[in-house]
Write a protein that binds this ligand. Sequence first.
Ligand code: AMP
Length: 178
Amino acid sequence: MDKDFLIANLRNIPDFPKPGIQFKDVSTLYKNAACLKEMIAELVKIYRDKGITKVVGIESRGFVLGAMLASELNAGFVMCRKPGKLPGETRQASYEKEYGVDTIEIHTDAIEEGDIVLIHDDLLATGGSMKAALELVNSFHPKQVFVNFLIELRMEGLKGREALGENTDLTTLLTLHE
Ligand code: AMP
């Protein structure tokens, strides 16, 4: 995988959505056909022999590659969504944001005990949203759980990897330090 090529196609937007945040805009990676192909090929290489039966994507940027990857792995795709979006019966998990608390939901029939699950999102910052997704997925007692992000932000005060714990089977394609 050509990491420099991918990083060159990732757009940084300073001060979005508020002053001080360097927003990593994956839309420029997703719209580039060569980048899209390269990211999916790399993810397939990492996960093709793991027996994954379900890929869980976190709303909304985790849906894009998550669903493509599920299809490539012959797995099903499950959405983890913001409250009130899923029509069926759900279970919820909440997590701390910089200001206040956020919640995500999953359908109660989304995962079975025999599943091997990969949870995917675009970017790891504090790890709060993935920790909540892990709590939801683990509540189904699947056989095994893997976690993947396209991008890991390693900056002052961001300890996402640590927040997920060393027992989490985690991969990230790109690590950014600024
Ligand atoms: P966290 O729960 O803090 O790990 O935040 C991860 C979620 O917030 C991901 O779904 C990202 O899409 C989004 N996010 C957080 N910080 C950034 C950032 N600097 N650039 C782009 N997306 C971000």
